[in-house]
Design a protein. Structure first.
Length: 639
């Protein structure tokens, strides 16, 4: 049964393609994607024109005739000659925590000017009811703005005299307006917390600037004082965040835990979505200890409750970290000197690593600087002498300044390295402190690959960097920051195919799923993405603008745009209705504009003539008399 894109929609193929999501099941029809330029990443069969899918797995990747012979009578979707790639895998993201908060956060990810960002903020202030906050929580840098600066506290106070505003910038600082300072209770009598600074004026009163000195605890602890969404809203928020990632081509992630992400309490929402078959993203999760001096106790307890690999292809436990012990956490803030880890680091780390090795728990460890990595490897080598680490998929995250000597030590112990594009957001700061030559190999990805290490890529989203995988892919290929600064010479960049492999098949090592996904290959999970432009042909400066027009997870469509939009399952309306996501969505798209004169109503809009309540979440476009377009009347965006 051959259906083109529009014919499939008209014939009701969309409904047929949408049983319980992410669960290949007998009631799912066979599916063929045809008329595509398929990049399989299977070296024995590198290119194809069609893919046949049955029960959530790939039957064949080959010619259209081969696909139809393998699945006669299958539903068919015409891909219109677009590039089809394996679903992207983020090996380091904080998606569980991010999902709980996504609907509360105004995203400045990718916004090109501070003027645009402030127009968004003012519009959101007008829509946000008391006692809620307006929060911009990471994913951007001042260097992406044409103005090359952050807003001032005075500008925030002018934009929001009464509504609390909290803006988190990387790991280094947070900006609070006067209303937020009142709510959190910071006064001239509030002492500076360990490792942080509440900046004060000449009279000793807090100005609204919080600094990590050098760790971000003060920033996160202040953010945690804000209102939280109730559980049903958190569930809605998580679904919308998953779909946002689907829209960027992400089908799998490894969740790295995170501060203020407690197990098992903060995992209840994602586990409920899993039970209900509403996951549109495969998640392997790591457990992140939360209390200094209680790390060994946490892992000893958790290792009796859950085991690595426990779960299914949609939701499964992956191991320990990225926090193993607090004394080994060298948070990167390249505006500050490198932090020296305390003398007790090894004594704290060894019993935890020994326990994990004995109980065969893989682990990941946050490590920015080579000095920290050296000391951690001393511990790993000591444990390995008694409890061999062979076969344990343990790895370091980040490794911006790792030396070739330590790369070789990791290889000898059978470990890996997961890299993230944090330097795309902080490269200018690193260069200012350490110089251009030092920045050229931060991290030294080419050297890691030459050493034969397992190397994968991710984002470290949502706070220190954006969750957009194409920003990472552009960074890997071009060696440029989001501010346009070239920091890497050609010798430390990778070609487009290698970058794509770091985001797909190579990332499967980090979740012990090699051969299960990451390629378009017979027998693997049917996770794949049809792109808005050809990744292998667009100019380098357009890589970061790529998106998915069709995302398939386990043979089920989980996202569609343009001609493919109606093949995707509907989402419930965004909750609450004042959510920034309802107005602005997530990652900025270049073809949208901000209207400073945004309407801020909650029911209906006389200016735009649009019933918001009827269209909440649907992103129905409406035009005003000036020809600008918005969504749901209050969106202020051009589509």
């Amino acid at each position: 049964m051959r259906l083109g894109r529009r014919e499939a929609i008209a014939a009701g193929a969309a409904a047929a393609l949408l049983p319980k999501l992410a669960r290949g099941s007998p009631e799912m029809p066979d599916l063929i994607l045809f008329n595509a330029r398929v990049t399989t990443l299977d070296r024995s069969n590198p290119a194809a024109q069609a893919v046949a899918i049955r029960d959530g797995r790939i039957l064949v990747a080959g010619s259209e005739a081969e696909a139809r012979a393998a699945a006669p009578g299958a539903q068919e979707v015409d891909c219109g000659g677009r590039r089809l790639i394996p679903g992207l895998i983020d090996s380091h993201i904080h998606v569980i925590r991010g999902g709980l908060n996504y609907n509360m956060e105004l995203r400045w990810d990718g916004v090109p000017t501070l003027a645009d960002a402030m127009a968004m903020l003012e519009a959101q202030v007008a829509r946000t009811p008391s006692p809620q906050w307006v929060r911009v929580v990471g994913g951007f840098t001042e260097h992406q703005f044409a103005e090359k600066r952050l807003p001032t506290i005075d500008e925030l106070n002018a934009a929001a005299p009464d509504t609390p505003v909290f803006i988190l910038h990387l790991y280094d600082r947070a900006l609070l307006n006067a209303a937020a300072l009142r709510v959190v209770g910071y006064t001239r009598d509030t002492p500076n917390p360990p490792g942080g600074e509440i900046v004060r004026d000449a009279a000793g009163n807090p100005t609204g600037l919080l600094l990590a000195q050098p760790n971000a605890t003060v920033l996160y602890a202040t953010l945690a004082k804000g209102p939280k969404l109730p559980p049903d809203y958190q569930k809605n928020s998580t679904r919308h965040f998953m779909r946002e990632l689907n829209g960027l081509g992400v089908t799998s992630v490894i969740d790295a835990g995170g501060g203020f992400q407690n197990y098992p309490d903060d995992y209840a929402i994602v586990e409920e979505l899993h039970r209900e078959g509403l996951m549109t993203l495969r998640i392997a999760y790591n457990l992140f200890t939360q209390k200094p001096k209680e790390e060994l106790k946490d892992f000893a307890t958790w290792s009796t409750q859950v085991k690595p690999g426990q779960g299914d292809d949609s939701y499964r436990m992956n191991g320990a970290g990225e926090m193993l012990v607090y004394s080994a956490a060298d948070f990167e803030d390249f505006r500050m000197p490198r932090p020296e880890m305390p003398a007790n680091m090894e004594a704290d780390l060894e019993p935890v690593v020994r326990l994990l090795a004995e109980r065969r728990w893989p682990w990941r460890l946050h490590a920015t600087y080579d000095q920290t990595i050296s000391r951690a490897l001393d511990v790993f080598e000591k444990v390995n002498a008694d409890v061999p680490l062979e076969g344990l998929h343990w790895f370091f995250d980040h490794c911006e300044t790792i030396s070739e000597r330590n790369i070789d030590r990791i290889a000898a112990l059978g470990g890996g390295i997961a890299v993230q594009h944090r330097m795309a957001f902080q490269g200018e700061y690193f260069t200012e402190r350490y110089g251009v030559r030092a920045a050229e190999r931060t991290p030294p990805i080419a050297a890691m690959l030459r050493a034969g290490l397992p190397v994968g890529a991710g984002t470290d989203a949502t706070r220190v960097a954006s969750y957009n995988p194409w920003v990472s892919l552009a960074w890997l290929v071009t060696g440029k920051t989001v501010g346009g600064t070239t920091i890497y010479p050609m010798a430390n960049r990778v070609d487009r195919e290698t970058a794509l492999r770091l985001w797909t098949e190579r990332n499967t090592w980090f979740s012990n799923e090699v051969g299960k996904k990451g390629q378009i290959k017979a027998g693997q999970l049917a996770d794949m993405v049809l792109l808005s432009g050809d990744y292998f042909a667009v100019p380098e400066n357009e890589i970061a603008q790529l998106r998915s027009v069709l995302t398939v997870l386990g043979g089920a469509v989980v996202h569609g745009a343009g001609d493919f939009a109606e093949l995707a399952p509907p989402l419930p309306p965004v909750m609450p209705d004042w959510s920034p996501v309802a107005s602005f969505g997530g990652y900025h798209q270049a073809d949208r504009k901000v209207l400073a004169s945004a309407c801020a109503c909650h029911s209906s809009c006389a200016v735009h003539g649009h019933d918001h309540a009827a269209a909440l979440g649907a992103r129905v476009p409406v035009s005003d008399e000036r020809g600008f377009w918005g969504a749901m009347g209050c969106a202020c965006w051009a589509v």
